[in-house]
Every structure is written in structure tokens, then in C-alpha cells.
Design a protein around this ligand. Structure first.
Ligand SMILES: Nc1ncnc2c1ncn2[C@@H]1O[C@H](COP(=O)(O)OP(=O)(O)OP(=O)(O)O)[C@@H](O)[C@H]1O
Ligand SMILES: [Mg+2]
Length: 462
């Protein structure tokens, strides 16, 4: 008979313990459940566990992680946590956590994680990346991301795709605007019709006009034949106009006309052409500012901005960085026939700290450079370009690297909100209506917040 794997579960929440009890029993593991760090530490000293799953407040999780790693370094520690920030994730990785799951989590995901942890005899730094394999919820078609903000982008794409509504995608360069446009088309009822795109900044005014709307024979010198424009070619399908802010007033007027009347005049033409095109536009500029500067038509802006999708810059969703690293390493390995297994903790730290002005495209390119020249199995700090290497701080400093003002403010607000809601909920013994009334906020808003912070009113009833 094969020996059963021994697992320790530490959780102060009875319902999590119950959930895990049922899951582990189904999987036929030998396991113990304890409610606090004292119980956990006593157990760890006495017994050998292959996996420890800890679901306590942050400091206690770290305490258990450290103790486990000290006593039995090969034990895989999985952290279940409601609240993750870059620093906490970084700290967990640095202290040797095998992986973490953000609550609320899907029990099957945890089961898979445990199975994988048990399969791996040794724990290398790069294992973390193997664990970052694309789970269904970590991507949406070709778009990758597990951060809350990207989940929102995915859900906006889903909401709008099936309609014919015009979409305006905004985001800095390299944030994936093109991928979002193509995802909308692929999910739409036009998916079997053409998806055409044109970069409005890449052509001169007159060339863009004739590319978009076509021209009649003899419309200008050189127009020896009639040419159909891209609007015609995209008929019944989707047309993606990238860098829409760069269009001239005359092109803007023509786009407005197509949107209002579904028809336009080719250059030099006299007969209106009818089209049925779904329009998606994108820009990395602030269109409102362009309107103020008189460079963009206000009426066109309102026509285009029916359903805005904003893709946040990578520095505001750093939790996606490890996922991208894993994904691009796999892609580049394949492309370059290399076998790089992962990245060291220090190198990861540099990549997590960098501000990524070129966003995902920049990360993808850096990894391509690094994979091309790296001769070892694991990417190290020395393999990174100097400006990234310099971000590696001494261990003394690393705990306190500087966050951007915006991020620091957001984290402070979130930490305050969570504490405030928890206090008021326990004061009113988990009664949301009374707590919301006392806080002078609406119930739906209150519910939204407690969901965000994973607060369980039931728990606070006792
Ligand atoms: N969420 C994502 N998942 C996977 N790949 C991504 C994601 N976001 C961006 N990329 C990759 O980054 C690169 C840049 O993406 P894309 O061309 O869509 O950016 P963009 O926002 O259109 O940039 P620009 O404003 O410069 O045109 C592409 O190679 C794309 O595959
Ligand atoms: Mg683009």
C-alpha cells in the first residue's frame, strides 16, 4: 500500500476548515486541521508534513511559513489569503512559499495545487513559475491576466462583444489594446466576417483617407483604377481604427458620417456607399485633452466613446508580472529552442519593481533579449539589463522600497476601508443593514466592499 501524503491545514475560519476537510477527505490524504498558529507550530515540531496550507492573518502565515521552512525545508507551504499586495507577494515568495491562492478561491484549484506540490520532490526557485501555468481564470482568449483590474477588463469585453456597440479602448502603449479589439471581434456575432485594422498614425492624411474610404478612378493623379476602401472591405465585420487621435479633421468628419448614416463618399466619388461595420477604436492619448486643444471633434468623441474600456498600465497590476514572465518564457523558449526553467527571486524582484513605461510589450521584449543571451537554466540578476539590475536592493532595504504615490494611497485607503468595515460589522454583530446605516453608506455599496475584502458577516455574528 502506498503511503498517504500528510497535510496540515491551519485556518481560524470554521467554514474554510470544513471545506478543506471535505476536499482532502475526497482526495484520500492523511491530514490534520488546526485553528491557530500555536496548534500549527506544535504539530510541525512533532510530525512531518508534505504540504502545509495556512489561512491566518498575514503575520501568522509568515510565522508558520518560516517555522516550517526551518524545521522541514522541503515541505511545500501554500498560503490562502484575502489580501495581496506586491510587497506581501514578494515577501511570501522570498520566504519560500510554494504558492498562494487569493480568497475566495475555487476548491478544485487548491486540489490541483496540492497534487502538483506533492508531485514535485524538490522545490526550486523556478517551481513557482511552473505553477503559474495558465489556469482558465488567468487568461481570456489570448489575453493574460489574473489581477482584479484585468478581470474587470475581461468582463467588459464579454459584456460588449455580443452587441454592435462602438468601443473605445484606452491605455498606454503596449497594454494590449490590439488584443482587446481582436478579442471583442472573436466573441462577436461577426466573428466569421473580416476583422480589419488600420493604424491612423502610420499614414499621411490623404493616404489614410483613401485607404479608409477608397477612391474613384481619376480622383487624383495616379488614381488609375477605382479602389475599395477598408470600410468596404470590412463590410459585415469589424474595423479597428488604432491611434484614432491622430486623424485629421476631414477624416474625422467622414468617420462621423459613416457612424451616423452608415454611408460615405469615396474620394472623388459622387455616389454614397453603404456599409455595415462595427467600429472599435483605440488611443493612448487623452482624447478629452485633444478636444480641448481643438484637435479632436467632440461630437465624434461621444459617438466613439459609447462603451469605453480602459486597460491599466502594468505598474498598476504588478501581480500579473509573474504570470507574464512564465508565459513569455515558455513562448521564447519554444521560439528560440531554449530550456530556461525560471527566474531567480532576486531577478524577479527587479522585474516586479520596475515601472514598465512600455508595459507588456516592454516586458515581452526584455524577456526575449534575456532568454536569447542567457546560458543557464535560471535567469539571474546578472542576466538583466543594467537599469533593471540596479533595482535590486540590499536585503535591509528591500522590505521598504518606495511605492508610487498613487499605489501607496490606494493601499492605505484599502487597508483603512477593510479595518473600518470589519469594526463596524462586528459592532453590529454582522447585521449589514444596521452597519451600512450607521456608516451612512448604501447597502449595495456596503455589500460590494465586504465582498471585495472577503469579510464574512456570518463570522462576525458570534
Ligand atoms: N494581457 C496580455 N496578454 C498577453 N499579451 C499581451 C497582453 N497585453 C499585451 N500583450 C502583448 O504585448 C504586446 C503589445 O500589445 P498591443 O500591440 O495589443 O498593445 P497596444 O496597447 O496596442 O500598444 P500601442 O499603443 O503601442 O499600439 C503584444 O505583443 C501583445 O501580445
Ligand atoms: Mg496598438
Amino acid at each position: 500500500m502506498s503511503e498517504k501524503a500528510n497535510i496540515l491545514v491551519v485556518s481560524s475560519e470554521p467554514h474554510t476548515r470544513e471545506l478543506l476537510f471535505n476536499a482532502l477527505r475526497e482526495e484520500d490524504y492523511s491530514f490534520s486541521l488546526v485553528p491557530d498558529s500555536y496548534g500549527a507550530l506544535t504539530k510541525i515540531k512533532k510530525e512531518k508534513f508534505e504540504v502545509v496550507i495556512t489561512n491566518l492573518p498575514y503575520v501568522n502565515n509568515i510565522e508558520i511559513l518560516k517555522a516550517t521552512k526551518k524545521i522541514t525545508p522541503k515541505t511545500k507551504v501554500i498560503i490562502l489569503t484575502k489580501f495581496t499586495t506586491i510587497e506581501t507577494t514578494l515577501k511570501l515568495i522570498k520566504q519560500g512559499a510554494y504558492d498562494y491562492l487569493k480568497e475566495p478561491f475555487v476548491i478544485d484549484e487548491l486540489k490541483i495545487l496540492i497534487r502538483r506540490a506533492l508531485r514535485e520532490k524538490e522545490h526550486y526557485v523556478e517551481d513557482k513559475f511552473i505553477n503559474q501555468k495558465l489556469k482558465p481564470k488567468n487568461h481570456f482568449g489570448n489575453l493574460i491576466g489574473k489581477s482584479e483590474v484585468m478581470e474587470k477588463v475581461f468582463s467588459r469585453i464579454k459584456d460588449v462583444a455580443k452587441t454592435d456597440i462602438t468601443v473605445l479602448i484606452q491605455g498606454e502603449t503596449g497594454t494590449g489594446k490590439e488584443l482587446v479589439a481582436s478579442a471583442i471581434h472573436k466573441l462577436s456575432r461577426r466573428k466569421n466576417k473580416p476583422f480589419l485594422q488600420i493604424n491612423c498614425a502610420a499614414l499621411t492624411e490623404s493616404l489614410l483617407e483613401s485607404e479608409l474610404f477608397g477612391y474613384e478612378k481619376g480622383a487624383f493623379t495616379g488614381a488609375v483604377n477605382t479602389k475599395l476602401g477598408i470600410f468596404c472591405a470590412a463590410d459585415k465585420g469589424t474595423l479597428f481604427l488604432d491611434e484614432i487621435s491622430e486623424t485629421s479633421p476631414s477624416v474625422q468628419a467622414k468617420i462621423l458620417q459613416v457612424m451616423e448614416h452608415k454611408e460615405f463618399l469615396p474620394v472623388g466619388g459622387t455616389k454614397l456607399t453603404k456599409v455595415d461595420v462595427r467600429l472599435i477604436t483605440a488611443t493612448n492619448k487623452n482624447l478629452k485633452k485633444s478636444i480641448e486643444e481643438g484637435k479632436f471633434r467632440k461630437d465624434l468623441y461621444y459617438r466613439l466613446n459609447v462603451f469605453p474600456i480602459f486597460i491599466p498600465p502594468l505598474r498598476e497590476r504588478r501581480e500579473d508580472i509573474p504570470l507574464f514572465i512564465y508565459y513569455f518564457l515558455r513562448e521564447h523558449n519554444h521560439f528560440l529552442n531554449k530550456h530556461i526553467k525560471g527566474i531567480s527571486e532576486d531577478a524577479l524582484e527587479c522585474l516586479l519593481k520596475y515601472s514598465w513605461p512600455g508595459n507588456v510589450r516592454e516586458l515581452e521584449n526584455i524577456l526575449l533579449q534575456v532568454v536569447t543571451s542567457c546560458k543557464k537554466a535560471v535567469i539571474n540578476v546578472d542576466d538583466l539589463p543594467e537599469y533593471l539590475r540596479l533595482l535590486k536592493t540590499s536585503s535591509k532595504e528591500s522590505a521598504s522600497y518606495v511605492l508610487s504615490f498613487k499605489k501607496a494611497k490606494q493601499e492605505t485607503i484599502e487597508s483603512f476601508e477593510k479595518k473600518y468595515l470589519k469594526n463596524i460589522l462586528s459592532k453590529y454583530k454582522g447585521n449589514v443593514s444596521r452597519a451600512a446605516k450607521a456608516a451612512q453608506i448604501t447597502r449595495p455599496f456596503f455589500y460590494e466592499k465586504i465582498k471585495k475584502y472577503g469579510l464574512a458577516p456570518k463570522e462576525l455574528r458570534k
